[in-house]
Design a protein around this ligand. Structure first.
Ligand SMILES: Cc1ncc(COP(=O)(O)O)c(C=O)c1O
Length: 322
């Protein structure tokens, strides 16, 4: 056959189905609606409570496996368990080492919320992966979902979530406050809280807003530059704080992750100095894992100067009287 030249470009999706939705929880709802509702899901005992809320919304039966202090888990504990889908989290961008033989053809759900570019698993049966762009970019929302089975995209509402507009407004007020010393801190804090409350009460799946879709190519084209800055921030922190870190090998830098026994007093001590660090995640009722009380993470981001990053590291060292 003589191959034709020109015309529309061909594209082979290689059996992968893609969607963009408003958030990680939207992605989760979509994948559960795509054949996993009311199924038995095996989840890690260290996770964000919204994951369980969505599981309950779709009447999934949840069972749990234990996550170790280094944020990995032992596949042996999964052997012999009865489940339809295994849920793994790529904690802070570190890829979970998948053992296809131990999965025994069950569906694999990969929660890759800390990664802008999810990497598809190889050698497993059915799989689905999603991220949450607001965790890794200055976007207010957006989540990529990909699966090797069809996604019920008809479940996605054709309007954006109301919270996104408020989030972008709050971000603008914060930017003006920080760069132009205009307005008040409380104004953006209130608006962020309001937007988050709207997101929490909305149980739907939405398309991302046009603002987000427009910003996407800009953010992705900046990815490499941003990663270089974050990597250098990681190295600065590592020189001062490596005694307190979890040694992760992320494929994408988003947080420098500390594991400390006195996490809450450290968090409070830093907050008094205007350093607000996120604690992933608030304890989930019914689950027990020491990690809920020990993890504190330092966001890596080009909006921070090296001097600010050093200031955070020194403040933490002072807390430990070093
Ligand atoms: C591990 C994990 N999965 C899923 C989600 C849900 O993502 P989103 O907040 O974008 O809905 C979160 C949110 O924090 C999370 O931490």
């Amino acid at each position: 056959m003589k191959k034709p030249f020109g015309g529309e470009a061909p594209f082979n999706a290689q059996g992968v189905f893609y969607a963009m939705v408003h958030s990680g929880r939207g992605a989760l709802r979509l994948l559960l609606a795509s054949g996993l509702a009311k199924k038995r899901i095996l989840l890690p005992d260290y996770l964000c409570k919204i994951v369980l809320e969505v599981m309950h919304q779709y009447k999934a039966t949840c069972d749990f496996y234990h996550v170790k202090p280094d944020l990995t888990f032992d596949w042996k504990q999964i052997k012999g368990k009865r489940y339809d889908a295994l849920y793994v989290i790529n904690y802070f961008g570190q890829k979970t080492k998948i053992r296809p033989a131990l999965l025994q053809g069950k569906t694999l759900i990969i929660d890759d919320v800390f990664s802008p570019l999810p990497e598809f698993p190889k050698g497993v049966g059915a799989w689905v992966i999603f991220n949450s762009l607001r965790k890794v970019m200055p976007l207010a929302e957006g989540a990529l979902v990909a699966a090797n089975f069809p996604l019920r995209t008809e479940e996605i509402k054709s309007t954006a979530g109301e919270f996104a507009t408020f989030k972008y407004k709050a971000k603008q007020i914060k930017a003006d406050y920080l760069t132009l010393q205009k307005g008040h801190q409380q104004a953006y804090l209130n608006m962020f809280a309001m937007a988050e409350a709207k997101l929490d009460t909305d149980r739907g799946i939405h398309i991302p807003s046009l603002m987000t879709l427009g910003l996407l190519p800009v953010q992705y084209s900046n990815l490499e530059k941003e990663q270089k800055i974050r990597q250098s921030q990681y190295q600065i922190l590592d020189k001062c704080l490596n005694a307190y870190k979890i040694d992760l090998k992320p494929d994408n830098f988003s947080f420098y992750v500390l594991k400390v026994n006195c996490r809450d007093s450290l968090k409070e001590y830093l907050a008094k100095q205007g350093i607000f660090l996120p604690a992933h995640w608030p304890v989930v009722k019914g689950l027990s894992n020491l990690l809920y009380d020990q993890i504190l993470s330092i966001p890596l981001d080009s909006r921070y100067s090296d001097a600010q990053i050093r200031m955070v590291a020194y403040a933490i060292r002072r807390f430990f009287n070093e």
